[in-house]
Design a binder for this molecule. Structure first.
Ligand SMILES: O=C(O)c1cc(=O)[nH]c(=O)n1[C@@H]1O[C@H](COP(=O)(O)O)[C@@H](O)[C@H]1O
Length: 245
């Protein structure tokens, strides 16, 4: 495998703007401006700042992953997906646990949003498999799903593919099995990234940035190792350097 250039590495990093309001998120975004990374807007920021934060980030030239993890009846998810598509995000997610009908409805909502003429492009839609905070023990003994985490993840990935979605969110630990089951073009977006020595926090299924690249993941979602750093730009630079080695 050829080593990544810094630009290639940056285009595969999605920095989670997990901040309490628009001002804090935009301060962080401005520190990352020009690096070539994506930004991710999740629940904390979106519920505080609303759709306008997506427009602000798009106007600054960022590619935006809207992480609202929709999980509802198909009709509701279809409408949500239509609204998100009109908002102009580049990628968004739903929960695979909603099943094939729900995930297909998300894809249908995207088509409707594009057909309405209000969207410039169709966002990529991916499905969350098992959250990276879920350990083998919690899966088996708390949630009550038997078997290996990887098998549960691959099962959800297959459902997402069947529903016509373009990829999944999973841990980088599961990328090889997902690609083997769903094809190399099936996109893997992987949180649970921790540089060596970084605080693991509430994550369970983790990998270093370098190992995630070697595992063949398409996108690395990185939050606290960058957004809680004293110097986020420097933290990102260090991670990009590691990814290219
Ligand atoms: O969909 C996600 O982005 C997501 C799925 C998942 O399984 N695990 C996960 O951590 N995430 C998100 O990825 C980010 C990880 O942040 P850190 O743990 O701070 O690096 C957070 O914004 C999470 O909401």
């Amino acid at each position: 495998m050829a080593a990544l250039t810094l630009n290639e590495a940056a285009s595969r990093v999605m920095v989670a703007l997990d901040k309490p309001d628009a001002a804090a998120a935009l301060t962080l975004a401005d520190q990352l401006h020009g690096k070539g990374c994506w930004v991710k807007v999740g629940m904390e920021l979106f519920y505080a700042a609303g759709p306008s934060i997506v427009r602000e980030l798009k106007s600054r030239g960022f590619r935006v992953f809207l992480d609202l993890k929709m999980h509802d009846i198909p009709n509701t998810v279809r409408g949500g997906a239509r609204s998100i598509t009109r908002l102009g995000v580049d990628l968004f997610n739903v929960h695979a646990a909603g099943g094939i009908a729900m995930m297909s409805a998300a894809a249908e909502g995207v088509r409707e949003g594009v057909a309405s003429g209000d969207a410039e492009h169709a966002p990529i839609v991916i499905a969350v498999t098992q959250l990276t905070s879920t350990s083998q023990d919690v899966l088996n003994n708390e949630i009550g799903i038997a078997g290996q985490v990887e098998d549960a993840v691959v099962r959800y990935a297959r459902l997402a593919r069947q529903a016509g979605l373009q990829g999944v969110v999973a841990s980088p630990l599961e990328v090889a099995e997902i690609k083997a089951a769903c094809g190399s073009d099936f996109i893997t977006v992987t949180p649970g990234i921790r540089p060596r020595g970084a605080d693991v926090g509430d994550q369970s299924r983790i990998m270093t940035p370098r190992d995630a690249v070697i595992a063949g993941t398409d996108y690395l979602v990185i939050g606290r190792p960058i957004n809680a750093a004293t110097n986020p730009a420097e933290a990102l630079d260090n991670i990009l350097k590691e990814m290219t080695e």
